[in-house]
Ligand binder design. Structure first.
Ligand code: SF4
Length: 61
C-alpha cells in the first residue's frame, strides 16, 4: 500500500490519533506520512484513517 496526504488536509489530527506510527503533524499544522510505503502491519490502521478523514485528504492505493 502507498499513502499520500494531499493539500486538502485541514489539520484536524484524527489520522495521527488513529495511526501515530504512520502520520504526524508538521510544523505547518497539517498531517504528513512518515513513509509513503505502508507495510501490511499498518495497512488496516492507514485505511481506517483514510476512511475517516473528514476531507478525504489521505490517498491510498
Ligand atoms: Fe488532515 Fe485528514 Fe489527517 Fe485530519 S484526518 S489531519 S484532515 S489528513
Amino acid at each position: 500500500m502507498e499513502v499520500h496526504v494531499n493539500g486538502s488536509c485541514i489539520g484536524c489530527g484524527l489520522c495521527v490519533s488513529t495511526c501515530p506510527n504512520e502520520f504526524f503533524m508538521t510544523d505547518g499544522g497539517t498531517a504528513a506520512a512518515f513513509s509513503p510505503e505502508v507495510g501490511s502491519d499498518l495497512a488496516g490502521q492507514v485505511q481506517a484513517a483514510a476512511d475517516s478523514c473528514p476531507v478525504s485528504a489521505i490517498e491510498v492505493r
